[in-house]
Design a binder for this molecule. Sequence first.
Ligand code: NAD
Ligand code: UDP
Length: 349
Amino acid sequence: MNAKTILVTGGAGYIGSHACVELLQDGFKVVVVDNLSNSKIESLNRVQQITGKKPSFYQTDIRDKQALADIFAKESPTTVIHFAGLKAVGESCDKPQLYYNNNVYGTLVLTDVMMHANVKQLVFSSSATVYGESSCPQYTENFPLGAINPYGRSKAMIEDILRDLSAADRNNQSKYPWKIALLRYFNPIGAHESGLIGEDPNGIPNNLMPYVAQVAIGKLKQLSIFGNDYPTPDGTGIRDYIHVVDLVKGHINAIAALNSESYKCGGCNAYNLGTGKGYSVLEIIDAFQKVTGKPINYKIAPRRSGDLAECFANPELALKELNWKVEKDLHDMVTDTWNWQTKNPQGYI
Ligand code: NAD
Ligand code: UDP
């Protein structure tokens, strides 16, 4: 049993709540800091229902420096997993200030408080959106970065800040250097197999999977497929969908790596978390129809601006350095999404 305390920012959210389950089941103590701007406390009640254990919870904004410092003093975490952030690409284009303030300034406050508390192990939720457009659709960590919207740029800026913090410690030969894993997620979907926690988007979903699920259950009438004239086998966009439970297990492996010999002298490294395999929009619809037996009503709509034709991960570095690989397939992702959706047609209420 591991009694280390992990502080999870954004732990009431979609990915954070799944991380809480895995951490608690692995014997960690969990402290959640979340302002509930995009989540409900019910998610943490469900975490307790699944695990029989309760994470400590603080309804706090990570930009509230004093409150955050008090939490660090009281809870003495060894490591932070930093999920807290706003994530809607379209909204980030309308409200860039909000995104840079919440995501970038929020991370500056968090890392400042961590430094003062001498807690310098961090696992950060980055995103495949930090990559620039590439002629090769399979993305490797050393590909050039070039986010094309404020959300993606907020993630890229945070990565830069974290790399600089680590470099400063290296230059100063710090005795207690930053150890940071930047986890670049591809497309997380699915839900815990219990159907008790899952993705509960506010309003009309932007992402494909929750949209398809809401069409299947009759909450939405019709899916628009954004373009069927891409240079892909069926003309629709291809993405690397990853089961959220596989994804959060990558964070646990990252914590182990940060505590291992390979990070003895500190460091800040990026890892792709994806399956390495892409599926098209039509393949996702087909898989959903097969699992649920429900027809998905769709129409072909124009391309969505900023979308790439094809994007999937090269996950070899995460296998090599984090000893991590996915265990679940598309059938699991769709089955678990549908289980969550049918058990919680209105999300958390
Ligand atoms: P989510 O919105 O469900 O969870 C984020 C949580 O952070 C929410 O509970 C929200 O209330 C909280 N939060 C936001 N700003 C905060 C602040 N200033 N102080 C305290 N709490 C705050 O999103 P998610 O899908 O679970 O994503 C988690 C992280 O992973 C985000 O940083 C997101 O950008 C990143 N990410 C998500 C995806 C995806 O497709 N879901 C893909 C790549 C990266
Ligand atoms: N997509 C779609 N209709 C939707 C939402 C998404 O056709 O209502 C497509 C989108 O063009 C992309 C894929 O589904 O090819 C995944 O989109 P999503 O927004 O889920 O993820 P991201 O674009 O961030 O990879």
